[in-house]
Design a protein around this ligand. Structure first.
Ligand code: NAD
Length: 357
């Protein structure tokens, strides 16, 4: 599989985001987000999302350079309606405001409504953790057909509704759990389909509710469903993400009329750790918990004990060293999407060869 330097994928993403209509700051945020997702090992939320974003633009379901509405801004409460704005820039800006509020008064509850796809939620966890804040987000996905089946459902009723908590450390998050509430993210089924490989056991059902491994019908024909993780417990968290992001935060819910977009809404809390105590002492206590967990004997069938966020850190180190692999189907789809907005293959090749940032 061809591999690319992060700078090359940044240049390609930036070129396409700019041609989609985003001004410099927004294009830079999108390109940076996509490449960071690839570096973290989440190809499902990296440059492979570009064809979906171009399709949303063509369908009038994604608005470059959107000015969000501040619906409520009082004390610890911040409610922002992103009105289908480019998700990465809407969410980055909303979390930036929430961090500023948390620094003033200790904490902020952020309700972000109806951003177009915000991408990898962990990026916002990292943003908050880098600013010394604890971040927790309940997120839903709406405006397209349901794709996730909660516990005991034979058909989909939700999106892949991600949940994230990030705890600051000395250098970025010390621990960060960032996950879809389905056993795999939808983009991972797309990546498996593009590579022609099966999805893991227990992650997918067909239209009769029977378990399957082949993602073809799910991706190509929109049949079947991803299963929520962890039986009734993961399913419960998926339902809570839905309710927190919609009934509580005010975003569009599953089950409402859809237009074929991808809308993310979230209810997030941002807490300034330094207001709770000495950050160094808190970091040490987090470190002690991590060491206590790691001190366990390793269970049969495993090589080591990892903590949330470690696989992403390792992937980042490896991909910064070895490059980011991009399968040919994904690359072809990106080039076709770029062509539909007037960028030819030679422009893409030229951007991919440039190492500018
Ligand atoms: P995943 O299953 O790869 O990882 C989930 C979490 O488990 C991570 O925090 C990871 O660090 C941790 N983890 C993984 N392996 C581990 C191990 N062996 N030991 C300990 N911890 C381990 O992630 P996912 O559920 O496939 O989600 C992928 C990405 O998709 C996330 O970044 C998520 O935010 C994103 N997502 C976005 C949307 C959206 O609509 N914007 C929807 C769903 C998911």
């Amino acid at each position: 599989m061809p591999t690319f330097k992060p700078q090359s994928l940044y240049a390609v993403s930036h070129l396409i985001a700019t041609r989609m209509g985003s001004a410099e700051t927004e294009a830079a945020i999108v390109a940076d987000h996509l490449v960071r997702a690839n570096l973290a090992g989440h190809d499902s939320h990296g440059i492979g999302m570009i064809p979906a974003y171009v399709r949303l633009l063509h369908d009038g379901l994604l608005v470059p350079n959107q000015t969000p509405d501040v619906v409520l801004d009082t004390g610890a409460l911040l409610v922002i309606d992103a009105k289908r704005g480019v998700g990465q820039s809407m969410a980055t800006d909303a979390v930036r405001r929430a961090i500023a509020r948390a620094r003033q008064i200790g904490a902020c509850v952020l309700a972000l409504r109806n951003a177009s796809h915000v991408g990898r939620i962990g990026t916002y966890g990292e943003q908050a953790a880098n600013a010394g804040c604890v971040f927790t987000a309940f997120v839903n996905v709406a405006d397209h057909h349901d794709i996730a089946a909660p516990f005991a459902c034979a058909e989909p009723r939700l999106g892949t509704n991600p949940f994230c908590t990030a705890i600051p450390g000395e250098d970025g998050p010390s621990i960060m759990l960032d996950m879809a509430t389905t056993s795999i993210a939808a983009g991972k089924a797309r990546v498996a389909f593009n590579k022609g490989v099966p999805v893991p056991e227990g992650s997918l059902i067909d239209s009769s509710g029977e378990p399957i491994n082949d993602p073809t019908g799910f991706i190509r024909d929109h049949t079947g469903a991803l299963l929520t993780f962890g039986r009734h417990k993961g399913s419960g968290l998926a339902v809570l993400c839905e309710v927190m992001a919609t009934a509580v935060a005010g975003g569009q819910a599953a089950g409402q009329p859809t237009r074929g977009g991808i809308l993310n809404s979230m209810l997030a809390t941002v807490i300034d750790l330094s207001k709770l105590g000495d950050p160094a002492a808190i970091h040490a206590r987090v470190g002690a918990t991590k060491e206590h967990v790691r001190s366990s004997r390793v269970a049969p069938g495993f090589d080591e004990v990892l903590l949330p966020g470690e696989p992403e850190r390792r992937s980042r180190e490896a991909r910064l060293r070895d490059g980011i692999p991009v399968d040919e189907t994904t690359w072809r789809d990106i080039c076709a999407a770029a062509a539909s907005i007037g960028i030819n293959d030679a422009d893409i090749e030229q951007a991919a060869r440039s190492n500018e940032r």
